[in-house]
Design a protein around this ligand. Sequence first.
Ligand SMILES: [Zn+2]
Ligand SMILES: [Zn+2]
Length: 161
Amino acid sequence: MLRSLEINAVLSGLEKVHRDRLFWKPRIQLNLDCFVCERVGRTTTLERGAERAACWSGRDEQHFIAARISAFDVTSQEDRLKLRTVVDFWWAPFKDAKRGTDATPLSDWVRLHYGSYCPHQETTSEGSIQTNVRRPTGVYCGGCKTEIAVDAEVPSIRLLV
Ligand SMILES: [Zn+2]
Ligand SMILES: [Zn+2]
């Protein structure tokens, strides 16, 4: 059945000079239980605009799954850069092939990517935020090394349907 997860993330404390040059990149890594390879907690890579996603089923192995980014809404509000995104994916019940645990359509881990342009050094750099890191932590410009934002909030993941 078709399921949808909504992910919300924010970078706060945006520094003035880099503020309008910080952006979310249209790429998501998300933990999903994959009924194709019958394993729970697989890392799935999604690109906005792609009609399928990749499940990383082994160290260097991957296979395609029916999942896509169906919404990718960025809003900036004073010193906050927000992202609301929705991932649609096909899910069916199964038990993990090795551990025997029941699969769920939920996810407990996400990584989101951002890019920034440095007006001083005229370079572009990128980084990411993810669920399980110590917070708050600074986000630094790859060009001039200024702290340009703060990663203070754990991204939320919510099952819509
Ligand atoms: Zn898989
Ligand atoms: Zn800079």
